[in-house]
Write a protein that binds this ligand. Sequence first.
Ligand SMILES: [Zn+2]
Length: 470
Amino acid sequence: MKKLIYSLLFLIGVSSCNNKETKTYHLVIFNATIVDVENNDLKEGQTIFISEDEIVEVSDYRDKDSYTSKEEIDAHGKFVMPGLWDNHVHFRGGDTLIQENKDLLPLFLAYGITTVRDAGGDITPSVMEWKDQIAKGKLNGPTIFSSGPKLDGDQPAWPGSIKVSDSSDIVTALDSLEKLEVDYVKMYDGNLSAENYYGIIKAAEERGLKTTGHMPMSADFMKAISLGLDGAEHMYYPLKACSPAADSLTRLNLGYGMIEPLIDTYDPELTDEVFAKMSEENVFVTPTLYIGKTLAEILEVNHQQDSLLDYIGPGIQQTYQGRIEGAKRAKASGSEMREKMEEISNRMIEPMQNAGVKILTGSDCGAFNSYVYPGESLHGELNALAEAGLTNAQVLKSSIINGPKFLNLGAKYGGVEEGKIADLLLLEENPLENLQHLNTITAVVKSGKVFNREDLRNMLQEIKRTKDRD
Ligand SMILES: [Zn+2]
């Protein structure tokens, strides 16, 4: 009897719930065609239920009476996919350029980029402040993950770097990065020694910190991998491992002068072994093809009429001069390093992908990286990877799935699914069919907040106004 009463009470409880309880959401997107990048597939007629900044349910069934929502979007005929990740950007240029860097944040959103991975600079306190403000919805911009300052030798290539000149500096350096609550460790090769490079990787591995960056050309990439290196920024370092002449060239102490002979001795068979090992050890590579091409052609292309210059502050524009001077010096010395590097990098992409190495899309945009504009440059990188042989789905995966994977955030990002952060793009056309369709954005949802086309246009106008006022 008791059992029966309980059962009855239970049934009443459930049914009264069903009658009374209407769920409340912040945003509901219905009639959506979801772009499933992982499976290179589309799911039509989907409803996406969003609370705060999270997707709480995705369903092909929508009972209009069962919920209320503060905002609804009819996505009939639209394609919905996760927001793009630019996995290599820079905020930098010293205190006088802090405001110009900050002004560029909405430019990422306007191009559908809802997350950036900052690869180190000299204005870390500001970057961390923006990161916090963006997370709280007080500032319009992409979610920021940052390495904080780079780790380099005692004559760092970039200002603001933390100096590691002997092994005892490693503990201090990693302590200070942990205090800054950085998301990963970026190493640089101004004059970081191979020994300290290895030391940083080992110590970071023990602390559970991810490491990536440049590698001193004196170091051995495969050894770094065996010590726990998690990533390589740019193609120089995987390239070094793909030449049987690497060891003898290392003994000549040529620095980046080693690149041309490395390319000349590039060995496809050795490359297959290297990529298999990289895949096995879960090493990510950010090829940065687009900046490679932009810098290789910098003396031939006239950028003065670039419409994107309208958004770039005068201080950052001034920093663009450095790469032009560098290219002139390289040309005068007869170096064809950048041109050859561009060619070999393109050649390495497809075998790298086929071996299962995780590729990350990164633009390397930021001050000093001339004419590589925030936002547009990521699209340049996506197209460059497609031209190098990746399928559209593979390209998109390198941005929106591998990006979070590198930071162990695969549970929160990478799909339009329950439990993921509501960072979404609404597109007129299917991006799996053609990457140019990424330019058909009708709305960007950032952490559940909707920016429609007009909002995005206004944000761009505001950047122009701010820039012209300065
Ligand atoms: Zn960079």
